[in-house]
Design a binder for this molecule. Structure first.
Ligand SMILES: NC(=O)c1ccc[n+]([C@@H]2O[C@H](COP(=O)([O-])OP(=O)(O)OC[C@H]3O[C@@H](n4cnc5c(N)ncnc54)[C@H](O)[C@@H]3O)[C@@H](O)[C@H]2O)c1
Length: 284
C-alpha cells in the first residue's frame, strides 16, 4: 500500500533560501501550505512574504536545528497553527570542507551537530505526532557525498552517509505506523551552500563554486523530484543521473564486498578441511 500524504501541510527546515526555498515554492505551486523554519530570520520573513503574496498560506519560525529549545519552539508553532503536520522536510544543513589534517574536532562536532543530530532532533520531535496521526512523511536531505567517497570533506560526507542510513532504518521502523520516509542524495547544484560553508582554503571554495556552476541540475529540478517522490511514496529520490549511478555503484560495491567475503569464507573452510585431512594422514 502506498503511503500518500493525507493533507497539504509541509514544514521545511532551512526553507528560507537555497534548496529549501525551491522546495517551498514547488509545494506552494501544488496548493500546499508552507511552514519555514530557519536560523536566518530576515530571509525566512522575506520568503514567507513572497509566498503569501502569491496567495499561499505560509508561516515562518526561527529555529536553529542544533538547539533543542528551538526544536520545541518550532513544534509548538506548527501545532498552534495547524494542530498537525503532513510532511516534514529535514533540509537545513551546512557544508564544511577540508582534509583530515585540516579538520579539527570542534569543526567535526559542529557539522555532525547541525547536519546529523539536527535531522535526528526534528525526526524525534515529530515522529510521535505522525504515529498518533497514523500518517505523515519525513523527507531527509542527504547528498551524493553520502553515497560516494568524498575526499576533502570527510565530515560533511560522514553526516550525509549517516542520514542515508538513518532514513533507511527509520523507514522500516515507521512503516508499521503508516509513516513514510524518503531520502534525497543529489549531486551539486547552485545554491549558497559553499559561500555559506566553512572551507579552510579559499582556492578550494572557488573550485567548488566552479564545479557548481557546471552542474546540469538546479534547485528547482531537484525540488520537483522530491515532490514527485513524496506523492509516489518513493524512498529514494531520483534527482540526477550521477546519483542514480552512485546508488548503482554502491549496490555493486556491496555485492563485490559480499562476494569477496563469501569467497574468503569458502577458501578458509577448504583450507581447514585439508589441514584436518593432512593431520589425520600424518597421525596414521
Ligand atoms: N546545493 C547543493 O549542491 C547540495 C547538494 C546536495 C545536498 N545539499 C543539501 O541540501 C540542503 C540545503 O542546502 P542548500 O544548498 O540550500 O544550502 P544553503 O546554504 O544555500 O541554504 C541552507 C539554508 O539552511 C539554513 N540553515 C543553516 N544552518 C541552519 C540551522 N542550524 N538551523 C536551521 N536552518 C539552518 C540557512 O539559513 C539557509 O536558509 C543541505 O542539507 C545540503 O547539504 C545541497
Amino acid at each position: 500500500m502506498k503511503l500518500i500524504p493525507k493533507g497539504n501541510r509541509v514544514l521545511i527546515t532551512g526553507g528560507a533560501s537555497g534548496f529549501g526555498k525551491a522546495m517551498a515554492l514547488k509545494f506552494a505551486q501544488q496548493g500546499w501550505r508552507i511552514y519555514i523554519a530557519d536560523i536566518d530570520v530576515q530571509q525566512a520573513k522575506k520568503t514567507t512574504l513572497e509566498l503569501t503574496a502569491q496567495g499561499v498560506e505560509a508561516h515562518w519560525v526561527k529555529c536553529d536545528i542544533s538547539q533543542p529549545d528551538d526544536i520545541q519552539t518550532m513544534y509548538d508553532a506548527v501545532m498552534a497553527s495547524w494542530q498537525g503536520l503532513d510532511v516534514l522536510i529535514n533540509n537545513a544543513g551546512i557544508y564544511s570542507g577540508g582534509t583530515i589534517n585540516e579538520v579539527d574536532e570542534a569543526t567535526w562536532l559542529k557539522v555532525i551537530d547541525v547536519n546529523l543530530v539536527g535531522t535526528f532532533r526534528c525526526c524525534h520531535k515529530f515522529v510521535p505526532l505522525f504515529q498518533k496521526q497514523k500518517t505523515g512523511r519525513i523527507v531527509n536531505i542527504a547528498s551524493l557525498s553520502g553515497i560516494l567517497p568524498t575526499p576533502g570533506s570527510i565530515h560533511y560526507a560522514a553526516t550525509k552517509a549517516a542520514i542515508v542510513n538513518l532514513s533507511q532504518s527509520l523507514r522500516h521502523e515507521l512503516r508499521l505506523y503508516k509513516v513514510g520516509v524518503t531520502v534525497a542524495a543529489p549531486n551539486i547544484f547552485p545554491t549558497g551552500i559553499f559561500s555559506n560553508g566553512m572551507i579552510p582554503n579559499g582556492s578550494i571554495k572557488q573550485s567548488l563554486e566552479t564545479v557548481m556552476s557546471y552542474s546540469d541540475v538546479t534547485a528547482d529540478s531537484v525540488a520537483n523530484s522530491v515532490f514527485n517522490a513524496v506523492m509516489n511514496d518513493e524512498f529514494l529520490v531520483s534527482t540526477d543521473l550521477d546519483t542514480d549511478i552512485g546508488w548503482f555503484l554502491k549496490a555493486l560495491d556491496k555485492a563485490y564486498t559480499t562476494s569477496i567475503e563469501t569467497l574468503a569464507f569458502i577458501a578458509k573452510s577448504f583450507d581447514k578441511k585439508s589441514q584436518t585431512k593432512r593431520k589425520r594422514k600424518e597421525r596414521q
